[in-house]
Design a protein around this ligand. Sequence first.
Ligand SMILES: [Zn+2]
Length: 273
Amino acid sequence: MNTDSENRDQLTTRVQRPSVTKPHDPLSSSVIPGSTPVSGFISGEVIQKRIPSSTLSTLCSVAILFAALFAGCQHGPPKERGQFKESDLVEVVKLDSTIHLDIRYATTNNFLHRPVYAQARAFLQRPAAEALVRAQKALKSQGYGVLLFDGYRPWSVTKIFWDSATDAERKIEFVANPRKGSRHNRGCAVDLSLIDLKTGLAVAMPSEYDEFTERAFPTYAGGAFEARALRDLLRKAMEAEGFTVYSAEWWHFDYKDWKQYHILNLPFEALGR
Ligand SMILES: [Zn+2]
């Protein structure tokens, strides 16, 4: 997956993923220091019957503050200031139909065990997509092709990941905080592996995708030599085209211009066919 902040757990052995079947809202347990809890009331009318107006005024102020915090943090992507390039998301397979897809977040084969994308499609900002196509061509000459797991990710999906995570997962930044967004939200991050063109099958890498163990590190020195060699082949091809690997995930790469694009929240369905 990625995250801007893709720090991971202690990475000595396979980490058992905690249950994520009980999503919760991070603000639901937040408390502003010195404030009066306001949960539980239904309407101003009800409160007026029970408490003095001065207390009501204080409660209303706190409620407005909570509402402002809620709106600012939870109801949309962060507001970003500065100069950004205009988004030009393109569907990768439209540039090169030989690129293979395994869009895990459109399936149950992901860390949430449920689909969060309605469509199994991969988009990137045009310069990043064109660079990926060049990497694909270079790999083809060596008998391999890229296998895409994820590209552009709408901000709303980053929020789903956050809402589904445990406090511990948030603390280690297993998921990106939607207040900051994920690099995938900008359309310049890509998660991918390799397929062997002779067999048409995904190659064995040192770890599985979204496996948060030390085996996921691009510098991991254990495991099979062949798997490490293929991991390094992918990295070399991507780095030659301006991508940088994330230090805790061999599969995650950021295109060099990622900071020049806004965090976006367009669903795939809005990006045309
Ligand atoms: Zn990623």
